[in-house]
Structure formats: C-alpha cells, structure tokens
Design a protein around this ligand. Structure first.
Ligand code: GRE
Ligand code: ZN
Length: 323
C-alpha cells in the first residue's frame, strides 16, 4: 500500500445540500451515503487511515451552490458552507484542507469569497459544480463569458487551482426518455467536458496563462478526444478564438484526477496523453469507496516514481502544501 496519498475530489454535505445528492442514488444506497456525506471526522478518517490516505481536500456536494437561483442566497450559503468547512479543518488540520464553494452567479461576489477563503480561512483553491443557474432555473451561465474574466484574473493572482466538478446537463432535450443518462453515469461527464472546452476555446488561457483547472474522472474523457478535436478544428471554417491547439492548453493549464474512475486502461491512456505530472489521485468519496479506489491505485502497473507523483507529490506542489 502507498502511504501518504492525497485526495482532492472528496465531498461532504450540509443538511441543506444533502437533497442534491439524493436524486442520483437508490434508497438502498442512500442511508449509508447520507451518513457518510454528513460525516467528516469519524468514518471518513478511519477509512483514510486504513487505506494510506494522509490528506483530503474537502468540497461540498453537487450542484449545491450552483443551483441556487437567488444570488444573495447563493452567496450566504457559500459563506456558511466555507465557515463550516474551515471549522472542521481546524479540528484536524494535518488530515483535511478545503476547497471554497463559490456563488458563481455573481462573478465579483465569487471572487471576493474566494479571496476570503484563501487569505482568511487558508483554503487551497475552489471547487465549482459546473454552470450556475442565475435568477431562474433555465438560465445556465458558463464561465468562459467576458463577465467572468475579472474573476479569472483573481484566481490567477491568488495562484490557486479551480476544480471544475460535474453537475447534470443544462440541455435536456437530447436526454429525453433516458433519465439514466443524465446523472454521473454519463451526463455529468459530457456536460463538464463541454464546459472545459468552452473555457479553452474562449481564449481564456491566452489571457491568463497561469490558470490551473482540475477535472475529475480522468479528465471527463477528454484525453481520448484531443487528437480528433485538434485535427477537426484545423479543418473547420467555424471560428476558434484561442491561439493554440486544444491539446496544448489541456497539457499546460489542466490537471486530471482519478476520482470515481478506477480503471487501468483509461488511466494508462491518460498517462500517455498528458503525462504523470498532470494526473492526481482522488477517490470521489463517498460516491466511490475509498478502499476500492485506493487498492486499485496502489496496484496500478506504473513505476513507483509515477505512483508517488500521482498519489502525492503533484498535489503537494500544485497546492503548495508543506512537507
Ligand atoms: C460526484 O460527486 O461525482 C457524484 C455526485 C452524485 C452522484 C455520483 C457522483 O455528485 O459520482
Ligand atoms: Zn465528485
């Protein structure tokens, strides 16, 4: 077993956000999942100990803040969540760190909350659950738009990563009659990959070259599509505003995690596509079992130096964690 692992897609919930996760699992699974989402210091810590996980960077469940259409309410809920998380971390600061939940409904409010979380609460970045619903449920706002560029300048100057975590797709027409496709089985990943490509294509990373975006689930399948995306953009008469190839930004501005995708074949493909320095271990607890994710990772057929990079060292460097 590899000791000292660090996980960074590791969720908790508050009573008020629990319901958001309820829809995605059956009643038989929910009782246990609910308890694990609400727990920070007990079951979670025992499973971390049993599986060589030294540190978890915790984040709120999905979509939570992003689905609160009332912007001031989104801001207050994010603040309350972040204060709760800071208090949990303070109980055990060598085992837990935090990602800020952000009211992205208002980019300035989100920037101020991120600044507070990093400077006052010691958080190491933000985790945001995809697009935000602003004023009405059917108004999905994506973060490549110009109103968000000042927010991104704040992220860059704070020098903290932004984890773009999944939520359900904003466009449902294509999913009609197939509710099983909407959630984490498929729709989460498709939605999140699309959002990541919007960020890339907007030219965001030409303007803010040092931004670091993290994607879970082995990059939401993007490592398998880079060649074709690059090739067909070159072919296309449609405008592509960014200066470089999609794959160049993906290797320069993105990190991917193993969260919830414990499969050797796509892991090895991703390793060949982006390299060991761009992949980070995570479990996606409590939606994935810590034991299963850890045993899979610990026995991956990779070099021990790559295992140390992915399991721990990349995170230590990316989040400026001491030791
Ligand atoms: C996740 O955080 O990735 C997740 C959910 C809900 C269900 C399954 C899942 O938020 O993996
Ligand atoms: Zn997750």
């Amino acid at each position: 077993m590899m000791n000292g692992k660090i996980g960074l897609e590791e969720h908790f919930a508050l009573e008020g956000t629990l319901g958001d996760s309820r829809n995605f699992v059956g009643a038989d699974i929910w009782t246990d999942l609910r308890a694990r989402l609400l727990d920070v210091q007990d079951i979670r810590l025992r499973e971390m100990d049993a599986n060589g996980i030294e540190l978890m960077i915790l984040s709120l469940n999905s979509p939570a803040i992003q689905a609160i259409t009332d912007t001031p309410m989104a801001g207050e809920t994010a603040q309350r969540t972040n204060d709760f998380l800071a208090a949990e971390i303070a109980k055990n600061p060598t085992r837990f760190r935090g990602f800020a939940a952000l009211p992205m409904q208002d980019p300035d409010l989100a920037a101020r909350e991120l600044e507070r979380c990093v400077k006052d609460l010691g958080f190491v970045g933000a985790l945001v659950n995809g697009y935000s619903q602003v004023n009405s449920a059917d108004n999905a706002v994506y973060y490549d738009g110009k109103p968000y560029w000042n927010f991104w300048s704040v992220v860059e100057s704070l020098d903290v990563p932004f984890y773009l975590h999944p939520r359900e797709p904003s466009e449902r027409k294509a999913y009609e009659g197939h509710p099983w496709l909407v959630g984490p089985a498929y729709g989460f990943g498709a939605e999140t990959a699309l959002h990541a490509l919007r960020l890339i294509g907007s030219g965001l990373f030409d303007r803010f070259e040092k931004l670091n975006i993290i994607l879970g689930h082995l990059g939401e399948a993007l490592p398998f599509t880079l060649f074709r995306i690059d090739e067909r953009i070159e072919w296309s008469p449609m405008g592509y505003p960014a200066k470089r190839k999609v794959s160049e930004y993906f290797r320069r501005n993105f990190f991917i995690t193993t969260a919830g995708n414990c499969r050797t074949q796509p892991f090895l493909s991703s390793l060949l596509e982006v390299g060991a320095s761009r992949i980070l271990f995570s479990t996606d607890y409590p939606f994935e079992e810590i034991g299963r994710a850890s045993q899979w990772f610990d026995s991956l057929p990779i070099s021990e130096s790559d295992r140390q990079l992915v399991g721990r060292e990349n995170a230590t460097k990316l989040f400026n964690l001491s030791n």
